[in-house]
Design a protein around this ligand. Structure first.
Ligand code: FAS
Ligand code: PHB
Length: 390
């Protein structure tokens, strides 16, 4: 087999890259370890920056997003029961975010790729990368027990945090930065109307909680839990009781209890691998970086990586220029580190850290009071939440 760009991973990063390149007539093959149904079964992000919406428009897959997505002009921060609204639209000269589940984004991209007739090989086992430090990289994989070789010009490592691509880079050529948080997020998806019309992030005496949504009839809720917590110890009733004890009273009173259709615990980490290019292998999305979901940046960073990488690859094939590819890692990392900072800052502001001293608890409260009483402070939060420029 041969293609121009081999893409490892059919998550949002891999599918978006495939779609943008296919629309320019650049041949791609996506190799995905799991089945398409399994990929769609993973419940993850829910908030899209304006930049990502524009990327999906550019990819020709934004029709359902504009029909079903919920445009939000603001969100609320709550601290020990006090609530402050961040007026995204007013503080950023009109920018907003769109609530539209990652599952839907992935589904739209899968349908578009199938319509383009581009090749995606699901349940591809034992994917291995070869010779990406030379001019003739290859990818080998096993499908239905048969090992196949895929020759290509470039490899895009879009295979997430636990993928094979980053692990294929020789130890001495990559540097990793990491912080693991001493808690996780227990998330519930339920077909009940949201408790508030905008997102509410709360830091209460009992810990962090987030009220989000997927539509007017589907809510997404999270509560901070200790790292050793087991999801089977959390009945729906226990979850909703805990949620209502952590959000402001008016929000708690508006929570509709209903059976969970998904319930899981996700660990929180900050992680960056530098650089993001190794010869003809380019890392993008979670394969190169992870943010705690508090800032709603993970999926959106994957989109900006793909913005830079697709531009570089299109320039290579259209203009025979490698300027974009040469600058990919530097451009992507400049934006990644700023999103890492914001996600770390939001996580530090809104969670209970077991090791926090009374002084550090006062710092959290002072941070909230500053933002709640400063237009400049609120504007800083708004500018980062809608997404810094690409
Ligand atoms: P993905 O991990 O989505 O996709 C990688 C793909 O590569 C997967 O389909 C995987 O099966 C495949 N793969 C892995 N190894 C492979 C191999 N060896 N061969 C072939 N294929 C392989 N972000 C937010 O903004 N908000 C959130 O609330 C949020 N919640 C999250 C909750 C969880 C539990 C997780 C894990 C992440 C969450 N994220 C959230 C971040 C998430 O949305 C990611 O940023 C997003 O999925 C990044 O997309 P990709 O880079 O495509 O990686
Ligand atoms: C979600 O709806 O899943 C969501 C929204 C905002 C976040 C994290 C998760 O910061």
């Amino acid at each position: 087999m041969r293609t121009q760009v081999a893409i490892i991973g059919a998550g949002p990063a891999g599918l978006l890259l495939g779609q943008l390149l296919s629309r320019q007539g650049i041949d791609t093959v996506i190799l995905e370890r799991r089945s398409g149904d399994y990929v769609l079964s993973r419940i993850r992000a829910g908030v899209l920056e304006q930049g990502m919406v524009h990327m999906l428009e550019e990819a020709g897959v934004a029709e359902r997003l504009h029909r079903e997505g919920l445009v939000h002009d603001g969100f609320s921060l709550a601290f020990e029961g006090r609530r402050h609204r961040i007026d995204l639209k007013g503080l950023t000269g009109g920018k907003t975010v769109t609530v539209y589940g990652q599952t839907e984004v992935t589904h739209d991209l899968m349908i578009a790729r199938e319509a383009m007739g581009a090749t995606t090989i699901y349940e591809a086992d034992d994917v291995a990368l070869h010779d990406f430090d030379g001019a003739a990289p290859r990818v080998s994989f096993v499908k239905d027990g048969v090992r196949t070789e895929l020759a290509c010009d470039f490899i895009a490592g879009c295979d997430g945090f636990h993928g094979v691509c980053r692990r294929s880079v020789p130890d001495g050529s990559i540097r990793e930065f990491e912080r693991i948080y001493p808690f996780g997020w227990l998330g519930v998806l339920a077909d009940v109307p949201p408790a508030a019309h905008e997102l509410v992030y709360a830091n209460a005496a009992r810990g962090f909680a987030l009220c989000s949504m997927r539509s007017a009839g589907r809510s997404r809720y999270y509560v901070q839990v200790p790292l050793d917590e087991k999801v089977e110890d959390w009945s729906d009733e226990r979850f909703f009781d805990e949620l209502r004890r952590r959000v402001p009273e008016d929000v708690a009173a508006a929570v509709t209890v209903g059976p969970s259709i998904e319930k899981s615990i996700a660990p929180l980490r900050s992680f960056v691998a530098e650089p993001m290019r190794f010869g003809r292998l380019f890392l993008a999305g979670d394969a190169a970086h992870i943010v705690p979901p508090t800032g709603a940046k993970g999926l959106n960073l994957a989109a900006s990586d793909i913005h830079y990488l697709s531009q570089g690859l299109i320039e290579h094939y259209r203009e025979h220029s490698d300027a974009g590819l040469s600058r990919y890692s530097e451009r992507a990392l400049a934006r990644i580190w700023k999103a890492e900072r914001f996600s770390w800052w939001m996580t530090s502001l809104l969670h209970h850290f077991p090791a926090n001293t009374p002084f550090e608890q006062r710092m959290q409260r002072a941070e909230f009071d500053y933002i709640a009483n400063s237009a400049v402070g609120s504007a800083g939060v708004a500018e980062n939440y809608v997404g810094l420029p690409y």
